[in-house]
Design a protein around this ligand. Structure first.
Ligand code: UD1
Length: 417
């Protein structure tokens, strides 16, 4: 079985390019279904979740080809709205195909999605928005059958600013009759990016990035070429890695604007960060102060997708840090691996208290989800001696090649297959 091997204790120094954004590209790939034609998507990351999404698109009749780091999606021969269960179970974001297929074919059959095991992750907000848009739902033996004669624009009020529910509602509304208004919409940069992509293809969406998004239905979309922005969570992961190990690194192709909550925390801990036009420079002595309190929240709050990586940094910061995980309750399952490095962490329900230790020791650990796995890589880099991380496939869901990127920064890390 494959694993990642790290000889820890080295400072990170150098420059690294940041890959395209996973959470932007996945809903955009679903959105290509709304275009009865061809999409060229530049700066598309070669990650497992993208490969899964390609398999789903191919299973419903689309033709998908790579041209370097661009992905060409031809949806002209889309021939079914039944999404194969085996593929849906592999990835939660396959659920955004619901809105897109409903828009294109007025029907969809899909199973409840799979994905990382980080909490309950229900889809009730998605389904209730669809019902309000004149879509009939029926659930039978784990399958969801949706049909409509016409999707009708209406006002949708989300109970919580769910990223996926906001995306699904937008996708269902783009070709609907009339105007849809989403209140309490998610404000994540990936929502803004999805809307930018759709507007480039002829959709009429305003308000992306705010709590009120308005979508005026249009008759059709046209062929489009689009370049995906860099992945803010991958960038945040590498910022955290440098913070923890010490060193000086330039992250290329990424702006601070979407990383402000992370940058602020790292600065408070003692890192120096310079925000360039499309690059970020971080330097760290590796000797950081604890952070009294972080709570994960919807954007622009501190992202749940960075909670585990920040915990690694806190493990060796001087003093006591506290995290409240308010989005995905299952994310602390990674703590049982982190303590193997010698970390001192106490978890009670949604709160983790991290008592900084003076050193971490390399060990053998098991990744069980994407961001938790990336956090174990950071801990391995910070630890003295050798670390082995099993189940690297979880990390490959979202990181193109974490070992390649970190080797660019002079880390001693390798992927053993
Ligand atoms: C997306 C991101 C994920 C990120 C998360 C929160 C993608 C592919 N994934 O996931 O990386 O961690 O946003 O920023 O973009 N909820 C419900 N009912 C619903 C929908 C959500 O109760 O119908 C709850 C969830 O259980 C969770 C919270 O709302 O507690 C946020 O979930 P949501 O924003 O929907 O996350 P995802 O879209 O799954």
């Amino acid at each position: 079985m494959a694993y990642i091997e790290i000889a820890g204790g080295k400072q990170l120094i150098g420059e690294v390019n940041i890959q395209g954004s996973k959470n932007a590209v996945l809903p955009i790939l679903a959105a290509t279904v709304l275009i009865n034609g061809i999409t060229k998507l530049n700066h598309c990351p070669r990650i497992l979740d993208v490969y899964h999404m390609i398999k789903i698109l191919e299973a419903i009749g689309c033709v998908v080809t790579w041209e370097g780091s661009s992905l060409i999606v031809d949806t002209l021969r889309l021939n079914t709205s039944i999404v194969p269960e085996i593929l849906v179970k592999k990835m939660r974001s396959s659920i955004v195909l619901m809105g897109a297929l409903l828009g294109r074919t007025h029907s969809v059959t899909i199973t409840y999605p799979g994905g990382c095991t980080i909490g309950a992750r229900p889809i009730d907000y998605h389904l209730s928005a669809f019902q309000k848009m004149n879509i009939l739902l029926e659930e039978k033996e784990g399958q969801i059958y949706c049909t409509t004669t016409e999707i009708k624009g209406t006002d949708i009020v989300l109970e919580f600013p769910s990223v996926g529910a906001t995306e699904n509602t937008i996708l269902a509304a783009v070709l609907a009759k009339g105007k849809t208004r989403i209140k309490n919409a998610a404000k994540e940069p990936e929502i803004t990016e999805l809307c930018k992509f759709l507007n480039t293809a002829g959709a009429k969406i305003t308000g992306a990035g705010t709590a009120l998004i308005e979508i005026e239905g249009v008759d059709s979309l046209y062929n489009v070429e689009y370049t995906t922005s860099s992945d803010r969570i991958v960038a945040g992961t590498y910022l955290a890695a440098v913070a923890g190990t010490g060193g000086e690194v330039v992250l290329k192709g990424v702006k601070c604007s979407c990383l402000q909550s992370i940058v602020r925390v790292l600065q408070e801990m003692g890192c120096t960060i310079f925000c360039g036009e499309d690059y970020i420079i971080i330097s760290s002595s590796g000797k950081l102060k604890a952070i009294p309190f972080i709570k994960t929240m919807p954007y622009p709050g501190f992202p749940t997708d960075m909670q585990s990586q920040m915990m690694s940094v806190m493990m060796r910061a001087s003093g006591i840090s506290k995290i409240v995980e308010d989005i995905f309750e299952g994310r602390y399952q990674n703590v049982q691996e982190q303590v193997k490095f010698g970390a001192d962490i106490k978890v009670t329900e949604r709160e983790a208290t991290i008592y900084g230790v003076t050193k971490l020791i390399g060990c053998e650990v098991y990744a069980s989800e994407l961001r938790g796995g990336a956090a174990l890589v950071i801990s391995g880099l910070m630890a003295e001696g050798k670390t082995i991380i099993h189940n690297p496939n979880f990390i490959e869901r979202g990181y193109e090649d974490i070992c390649r990127d970190l080797r660019c920064l002079h880390a001693d890390i390798r992927y053993v297959s």
